[in-house]
Design a protein around this ligand. Sequence first.
Ligand code: ZN
Length: 109
Amino acid sequence: MPTAPDPDLRLRGRLLRGLGRLREMLPGSFVERQRACGRANCRCADGKNLHTQYQISVLVDGQPKTFNVPTTLVQQVRDNIELRKRFEAAAASICNINLRRFLKQKEKP
Ligand SMILES: [Zn+2]
């Protein structure tokens, strides 16, 4: 009978195999804001019927930037930013597993 597989290694393998599905991940956070466009005769001029604007807010070379997201891409961009959070969670889990393994390895003579 084969020895029971190390649960840490099984989890690490599963996390690594799942990373390919996260390839479309995007940085930053998704921002939804209300704004007036400034045209005097627009519906937003009353300050209530504002326009919804979607943006990615992200650091580029350490500088905060925002990029407008067209309405047609809102869902895709939201999803892809979510992918990055899953990537970061997976990376953190893999690092924890590897740290545990390093500390165990270090104890052995
Ligand atoms: Zn307007």
